[in-house]
Design a protein around this ligand. Structure first.
Ligand code: NAD
Length: 493
């Protein structure tokens, strides 16, 4: 059985730990590789390698750092298909979807290559007589990224490019469920000219994460994953004095007003609900149907769901692949046994022929009560709920009182209603007739409420702010002839 190594100080390192974790091919249900979970000593090796090279990497000129990122961009572009196929083989998403993931990740590399423009500080001439004040942005040191299974290429790229261009060095702890892409990224960084030790990968699970959170040389932690773990990472990391941004789970509502174009809304709900088998943090999981739109909308969604082709990533006709694990598939399927709501399309039947892969067909549950687990839990699979409400106000109340606040969308032809929603909704990312409003790389990505613990969103300008700290310099070049002793507090005059 193939084992997945770490990447420390510019080379692969075989794990020495005594715990092994299986990596499956979700399409066949068979184990294809093994991760040897990192020990605290291996985490320490990776952090030390990153700390050792950080002064050299920080001292590299900004244009040199941007050049390395730019070369990395060229390498990712050239290896798109290889990355997509590799991540599909462990995650299960279709290759077309995986190529989309790589493309969205590439945007972040491109943003980072242009980041010098945003790493400028400020300058105030003559703040006091003969005194100038200016600010500079400096890297933090060694920063860590802990990433989820659902975007094994894109989420690491959200983090590492901005962190590195700002002069930090990086330790990645990818998901143990689909770890191989991390090593390909590491090798592409090496080929791009990044010094050994500036990008490291530690394979494993909670033990590796806890070792990172308690390591004195890790200055900051970026996390993306479920809310329970995000809260743990935020509380533990900040208690240890680290800067932390921890992005959590989601329950994304798509509000459809009575005046919306039904066909377009149904297309959007199905695309965003079932793309990547619903395993996207920005997947639409609840359609909130307002008033008279409900019956025709549910019928249009059901019609489209029945057309979805489920199959392995290797099948070019497949639109939706398997789920990440058998346990997860069974948990998602269990929501269809619910006594709450009406199961309009039951995806379990479609998946039976695909055993022993972790498949589940697309499912639709209508009239879901808001106190049932189908509504309250983050299902993270191909089960789309419909909640029926009578008015815009009721729909807004539903979104705003939900504990999560990652993404939401409104579908309407009424610009005034859309603007009102954008103003009133309590949520980090909003789509207007756009179902998965993942911001482009020159904005930043982040939810509100239980979808993000921390102050700054990820990637883009807020990512750069997260990975740098500001130093303010007050400077004078005095004329010795005018120098005097003055015990008064410095005045701005
Ligand atoms: P997860 O929380 O189980 O795991 C995420 C990472 O944390 C992995 O690297 C894992 O090894 C590690 N981990 C797991 N349990 C841990 C523990 N107890 N202590 C320390 N580390 C631990 O998440 P997942 O199942 O890999 O990914 C799916 C979740 O991620 C969903 O909830 C989804 O909404 C969320 N997600 C959120 C965003 C976002 O931007 N908000 C993006 C993608 C995924």
């Amino acid at each position: 059985m193939r084992t997945i190594p770490h990447w420390i100080n510019g080379a692969t390192v075989e794990g020495t730990g005594d715990r092994s974790l299986p990596v499956f091919d979700p399409a066949t249900g068979l184990q294809q590789a093994t991760v040897i979970a990192a020990t605290a000593a291996e985490v320490d090796d990776a952090v030390k390698a990153a700390a050792a090279v950080q002064p050299e990497w920080r001292a590299a000129s900004l244009s040199r750092r941007a050049e390395v990122v730019f070369r990395f961009r060229e390498l990712i572009d050239a290896h798109r298909k290889e990355i997509a196929r590799l991540l599909s083989s462990e995650h299960g998403k279709t290759v077309a979807d995986a190529l989309g993931e790589v493309a969205r990740g590439l945007e972040n590399v491109e943003f980072a290559a242009g980041a010098p423009a945003l790493l400028k500080g400020g300058f105030t001439e003559q703040a006091s007589t003969g005194v100038d004040v200016y600010s500079i942005r400096q890297p933090l040191g060694v920063v860590a990224g802990i990433t989820p299974f659902n975007f094994p290429a894109m989420v690491p790229l959200w983090m590492c490019c901005t962190a590195l261009v700002a002069g930090n060095t990086f330790v990645l702890k990818p998901s143990e469920k689909d770890p191989s892409v991390s090593l390909l990224l590491a090798d592409l960084w090496r080929q791009a000219g990044l010094p050994a030790g500036a990008f490291n990968v530690i394979q494993g699970d909670r033990t590796a994460v806890d070792a990172l959170l308690s390591h004195p040389q890790v200055e900051a932690v970026s996390f993306v994953g479920s809310t329970a773990v995000a809260r743990h990472i935020y509380e533990t990391g900040t208690k240890a004095g680290k800067r932390v941004q921890a992005l959590g789970g989601a329950k994304n509502h798509m509000v459809v007003l009575p005046d919306a174009d039904i066909a377009a809304a149904a297309d959007a709900a199905v695309s965003a609900g079932f793309g990547s088998a619903g395993e996207r943090c920005m997947a639409v999981s609840v359609v909130v149907a307002v008033g008279s739109v409900a019956d025709p909308l549910v019928a249009a969604i059901a019609e489209r769901i029945r057309e979805i082709k489920v199959g392995p990533a290797s099948d070019p006709n497949a639109e939706m692949g398997p789920l990440i694990s058998r346990e997860h598939r069974d948990r998602v399927a269990s929501y269809l046994d619910t006594q709450h709501g009406e199961v309009i399309v039951d995806g379990r039947a479609a998946a039976v022929s695909q055993e022993p892969g972790f498949f589940l067909g697309a499912s639709l549950v209508d009239k879901v009560p808001t106190d049932s687990p189908v509504y309250t839990d983050e299902i993270f699979g191909p089960v789309l709920s419909v909640v029926r409400v009578d008015s815009y106000e009721e729909a807004l109340e539903l979104v705003n009182t939900n504990p999560y606040g990652n993404g939401t969308a409104i579908f309407t032809r009424d610009g005034g209603a859309a603007r009102r929603f954008q103003y009133e909704v309590v949520c980090g990312m909003v789509g207007i007739n756009v179902p998965i409003p993942v911001p482009v790389a020159y904005y930043s990505f982040g939810g509100w409420k239980a979808s993000l613990f921390g102050d700054l969103h990820m990637y883009g300008p807020e990512g750069l702010a997260f990975y740098t700290r500001t130093k303010v310099v007050t400077s004078r070049w005095p004329d010795p002839a005018l120098s005097t002793v003055d015990l008064g507090f410095p005045k701005v005059r």
